[in-house]
Design a protein around this ligand. Structure first.
Ligand SMILES: NC(=O)N[C@@H](CC(=O)O)C(=O)O
Ligand SMILES: [Zn+2]
Ligand SMILES: [Zn+2]
Length: 443
């Protein structure tokens, strides 16, 4: 195994120092390090972060390998600075048995670009009727600890209660896609002024907020851990703030797209929550299905509330909800397009715009805390002697124009096409082995 000497790098925003990586761990830090056998990486002007960890990724394998595979998604993750991702269960077949979660886990190890931690389904077939074999998935080699029906809501409160009770035994987590289905029948976009103007059926904020309010009370009642997926509204932030004040064991994530984009883009307007990114950019058309996503893009008030909640910690982490879709499922009439957006290769850039170069906060929201929530021990640790060398090097001064066909994902449904984003991943290391060098995947 080659040793690497990263020279003159800022570790999480600190004063420039050298990092020696050897035998899978950080072997030493300090200025003026020398290691004749090591390959030198010039870290001047770069920031070293603990490898990013994504709690919410769709890798699409098994079933829709045309949209993404574990390997292509792992490559996209590494290029985005990730060293671990949690893969959602809405595959085909659904990851609702020990067999399927083990298959995904093995595919991740074979790809060897990031650690792929499968998430197990809560209910059989994501149908919301019968609990899946949660214990068998927890006991499998994949050691599943997070369970989610993402793409669907566990709408039945009795089933949600039983799922929370079941996972309590092994300190597991239920990650809820909060969407009261009876309030979103036929919904196409956020229910508000824009949906009224465009004549599209709305997805009301209350459909999310009512489920979160119910679930935090169930989690309190049972004394079990709840994680809220892709929080999208100001009202949800208030429910979470109150729940945390009551000491309820709830964590929450926000996606990059809900931190930047508003429902105005559906109508073809380029109003973004960030003037810098809006400068010179606008959607190519109205009803562009790349902006169709579940939960939907909300208003500027919601985006502002999410940005504040992320900075403050009411929202614990950023999760990408990387949702690759094949061209025929996405580039079609709005009503028939599948919802979802790519996120892995652009997440750090968006968060850098949202939070600014507050590297310690970024390390918390994108690495340390998601690693702790998922129980991924070797990840989310700042580079320091003896620590597994799971890290990424960021060039904060770089700017790049997003070109969908240049992404490593097998799909191209990124909402940031033609945007100029800040920051670039220069290198990523997984247990001391480079997965990205000079901005390119090593395999
Ligand atoms: N977010 C989306 O719009 N789609 C996700 C499912 C989900 O996260 O709800 C997908 O799997 O495509
Ligand atoms: Zn979802
Ligand atoms: Zn999802």
């Amino acid at each position: 195994m080659t040793a690497y000497l990263i020279k003159n790098v800022s570790v999480v925003g600190g004063a420039p120092t050298d990092l020696l990586i050897r035998d899978g761990v950080v072997a030493g830090t300090g200025t003026g390090l020398d290691a004749p056998d090591a390959a030198v990486v010039d870290g001047t002007g770069l920031v070293a972060l603990p490898g990013l960890v994504d709690l919410h990724t769709h890798l699409r394998e098994p079933g829709r390998e045309d949209a993404e595979t574990v390997e292509s998604g792992s490559r996209a993750a590494a290029l985005g600075g990730y060293t671990a991702v949690c893969a959602m269960a809405n595959t085909s077949p659904v990851a609702d048995t020990a067999g399927v979660v083990e298959q995904v886990w093995r595919l991740g190890r074979q790809a060897g670009l990031v650690d792929v931690q499968p998430i197990g389904a809560v209910t059989v077939g994501l149908a919301g009727e019968r609990l899946a074999e949660l214990g068998a998935m927890a006991d499998s080699p994949a050691r599943v600890r997070i369970f989610s029906d993402d793409g669907h809501c566990v709408a039945d409160p009795k089933l949600m209660r039983r799922a929370l009770e079941y996972v309590k035994a092994f300190d597991g987590i239920i990650a809820q896609h909060a969407e009261e289905p009876r309030l979103t029948e036929g919904a196409q976009m956020h229910e508000g002024e824009v949906s009224t103007r465009l004549g599209l059926t709305g997805w009301p904020a209350v459909a999310e907020e009512a489920i979160i309010a119910r679930d935090v009370l169930l989690a309190e009642h049972v004394g079990s851990r709840l994680h809220v997926c892709h929080v999208s509204t100001a009202g949800s932030v208030e429910v979470l703030r109150q729940a945390k004040r009551r000491g309820i064991r709830v964590t929450a994530e926000v996606t990059p797209h809900h931190l930047l984009l508003t429902d105005e883009v559906v109508g073809g307007r380029g109003t973004l929550a960030s003037p810098a990114l809006a400068d010179g950019w606008s959607p190519t058309a109205s009803y562009d299905p790349v902006f169709k996503v579940n939960p939907p893009l909300r208003t500027g008030v919601d985006v502002a509330a999410l940005r504040a909640a992320l900075a403050e910690g009411v929202i614990d982490v950023v999760a990408t909800d990387h949702a690759p879709h094949a061209v025929e499922d996405k580039e079609c009439e709005w009503a028939y397009a599948r919802p979802g957006m790519l996120g892995l290769e652009t997440a750090l850039s968006i968060v850098l715009d949202v939070l600014g170069p507050r590297w310690d906060l970024i390390a918390d929201r994108m690495s340390r805390i998601p690693a702790r929530i998922a129980g991924l021990d070797g990840h989310g640790l700042d580079p320091a002697p003896g620590v597994p060398a799971n890290l990424t090097l960021v060039d904060p001064a770089a700017r790049r124009v997003i070109e969908p066909t240049e992404l490593a994902s097998r799909s191209r449904n990124t909402p940031y096409a033609r945007m100029t984003l800040p920051g670039r991943i220069v290198a990523t290391f997984l247990r001391g082995e480079p997965t990205v060098l000079d901005g390119k995947a090593v395999k």
